[in-house]
Design a protein around this ligand. Structure first.
Ligand SMILES: Nc1ncnc2c1ncn2[C@@H]1O[C@H](COP(=O)(O)OP(=O)(O)OP(=O)(O)O)[C@@H](O)[C@H]1O
Ligand SMILES: [Mg+2]
Length: 253
């Protein structure tokens, strides 16, 4: 029986693309209201894991539940409660930022579209650019527009794939504070990937390192750093990525 506060349960998840095994018996549990960081080198399987959790990809083997539902079979049940943002997904370029948000707000069937859109534009400092064509926004502004879209339907669970990848330090800080605020006020659960370990240390309640599709080690940022006798997650990351110290890591889980 899963604990009631486990929003996500993944057990023995394997995902193969033709010849590549992207996820290899991967397991994780995410609790309600936590910010959970999925970390690992390029190609480790992070985006694949998020896509399976969003029901975009079907697993080759294993069990996945989100709020007790299958993300593939129960997409309609889960859709109103979940949203995502990725630095690598773009909205139509010829529409303004506000128009794009309006389209999503209509799709989500929001009762009070205008207020919601304006408050999110303000939260991410985009009000001045709201009339600009989306294609003319800088990559950091487009990233923030994607975050506005992701919060439009007041989700209970948010998947963020490298949400701060193109943000300057000041705006990245604003985004982190805004996400923390949503987490606190709404009990939002966030599963997020990033290669910025200093950011992960400030944002995440718990982290999991993936290596070649396997879960290597998990815990609070401090627990993980202590386990490897390092003073930062960055040093743990480099250690795991360079040495592929899987046996050592597995015995220390
Ligand atoms: N559509 C696909 N077809 C075939 N192989 C794929 C496909 N998508 C991903 N892969 C492979 O699966 C593995 C995991 O990729 P994934 O994108 O999940 O990694 P990631 O951890 O998100 O990496 P990054 O940090 O670079 O974003 C990689 O070896 C990748 O080449
Ligand atoms: Mg990725």
């Amino acid at each position: 029986m899963p604990l009631t506060d486990d929003v996500i349960v993944v057990e023995g998840l394997t995902k193969r693309y033709k010849t590549v095994t992207a996820l290899d018996g991967f397991s994780m549990r995410v609790r309600k209201g936590e910010i959970y960081g999925l970390l690992g080198p390029n190609g480790a399987g992070k985006t694949t894991a998020l896509h399976v959790l969003m029901g975009v990809l079907t697993p080759t083997a294993g069990r996945v539940t989100v709020f007790g539902h299958s993300p593939f079979d129960d997409r309609e049940t889960l859709a109103p409660r979940v949203n995502f943002s990725s630095a690598y997904v773009q909205m139509p370029f010829n529409l303004s930022a506000r128009q794009n948000l309006d389209i999503f707000a209509r799709l989500y069937g929001l009762p009070d579209r205008t207020n919601k859109i304006e408050s999110l534009l303000a939260a991410f400092k985009l009000t001045a650019m709201a009339k600009s064509k989306t294609g003319s926004l800088s990559s950091g502004e487009q990233t923030r527009l994607n975050l506005c879209k992701a919060l439009l339907n007041d989700p209970d669970l948010l998947f963020l794939d490298e949400p701060t990848a193109s943000l300057d330090p000041d705006i990245a800080d604003l985004v982190r504070r805004t996400l923390h605020d949503f987490q606190k006020r709404k009990g939002l659960t966030i599963v997020y990937t990033s290669h910025n370990m200093a950011e992960v240390e400030t944002l995440c309640d718990r982290v999991l390192f993936l290596h070649r599709g396997k879960a290597i080690t998990e815990g609070t940022p401090k627990e993980v750093a202590d386990r490897f006798k390092k003073d930062s997650l960055e040093k743990v990351f480099i250690h795991l990525a360079r040495t592929g110290d899987v046996m050592d890591a597995e015995t220390s889980r």
